[in-house]
Design a protein around this ligand. Structure first.
Ligand code: NAD
Length: 336
């Protein structure tokens, strides 16, 4: 059993922690929390060990939350740390991981140079095998890379042009906006997502544009991909149907929006309404010669969870890409 520590128990961290607990080859030794808030109370109720900064032990004690030790104790005990702290904080923690000689998985809010490799399970698992520091790319980039690498198996992807409609905030974030505007983000082109895709697929010709929209549910991507050869709509549909981590939804099933996708997740009884698959609107798939057009939705809170689990296995060379993806999907009940 690999001992995994989780630093930064927020939107991504709590989901990765849950996923670790479901893996047959991993044990969650604990999480790091900085404040004794509701998330700490719930983690305690779930029986998770909580590690805190040395100076915060007293405030956790006063709040009635049992502390297992300080954050350094947690790192020392772990074989590997998943860092899901806010943007830029992970880079500060890297020194500590290095000090104790521990492997670490970082998130997409960190700069690419925090790690030895930026990671996407379906694109470059093999490149990440044995790497001490791996960065799982952001939610949008994870979806772009999954999609591009899947189409690339059908026919070589030569060019990608993508428009990203980004959710303004996660559901729990009360201080973010906009609540009544569409905001180019940034106003200049390309958006940073293209560069992030290039952190994995170095030579890909890709341009992205992004707009922030007042919603909390999901992102939406509008993609135009040029392939080396001509493909049919059926080829594209079959390619996604036969690949892990995609779901296709049809208009005639009345799933025509991100709201209805989240309702599907609720009805399926998915934990936290999570839907880590890239959800493709099947009716949007259109082909013209070598070009493929499609639209899909991305659940930003959960899409990177399976990739974090695979990154742990890649870093410690625990399994092949195929085996890791299979174990992760089965344990998390992810559709094929
Ligand atoms: P978050 O704010 O929800 O969670 C971060 C957690 O880290 C919070 O619980 C916070 O209290 C804790 N924290 C803050 N400082 C800390 C410290 N010094 N030590 C330990 N814990 C500390 O953030 P998030 O949305 O989960 O984002 C985490 C990372 O994941 C970022 O790199 C982000 O870019 C990336 N990411 C976020 C999303 C998303 O949609 N939320 C999607 C993909 C990737």
């Amino acid at each position: 059993m690999i001992k995994v520590a989780l630093n930064g128990y927020g939107t991504i961290g709590k989901r990765v922690a849950n996923a670790i607990m479901l893996q047959p080859d991993m044990k969650l030794i604990g999480i790091a929390k900085t404040s004794p808030n509701y998330e700490a109370f719930i983690a305690q109720k779930m029986g998770i060990n909580i590690f805190v900064p040395q100076e915060s032990i007293k405030s956790f004690d006063e709040a009635g939350i049992k502390v297992a030790g300080n954050i350094e104790d947690m790192i020392k005990e772990a074989d590997i740390v998943v860092d899901a702290t806010p943007n830029g904080v992970g880079a500060q923690y890297k020194e500590l991981y290095q000090k104790f000689g521990k492997n670490a998985i970082f998130q997409g809010g960190e700069k690419a140079n925090v790690a030895d490799v930026s990671f996407s399970s379906l694109c470059n698992y093999n490149e990440a095998i044995g790497k001490k520091y791996i960065r799982v790319v952001s939610c949008n980039t994870t979806a772009l890379l999954r999609t591009i690498c899947t189409l690339n198996k059908l026919s070589k992807v030569e060019k990608v042009r993508a428009t990203i409609v980004r959710r303004a905030a996660d559901p729990k974030e009360v201080k973010k906006g906009p609540i009544n505007a569409l905001v180019p983000d940034p106003a200049s082109v390309p958006s940073h997502h293209a560069k992030d895709v290039n952190s994995v697929l170095k030579d890909l010709d890709i341009i992205t544009m992004a707009v922030i929209a007042p919603t909390t549910y999901m992102h939406m991507h509008l993609l135009n991909v040029t392939l080396k050869s001509q493909v049919s709509k059926e080829d594209v549909i079959n390619q996604f149907l036969n690949t892990n981590r995609f779901l296709l939804v049809r208009g005639k099933s009345k799933v025509n929006s991100t709201a209805e996708i989240i309702e599907v997740a609720r009805d399926l009884g998915r934990i936290r309404n999570d839907i880590p698959e890239v959800v493709i609107f099947e009716d949007s798939i259109y082909t013209m010669g070598n070009e493929v057009f499609l639209m899909y939705a991305v659940h930003q809170e959960s899409i990177v969870v399976p990739e974090n689990i695979d990154a742990i296995r890649a870093s410690l060379n625990l399994a092949s890409a195929e085996d890791s993806i299979k174990i992760t999907n089965t344990s998390l009940n992810i559709s094929k």
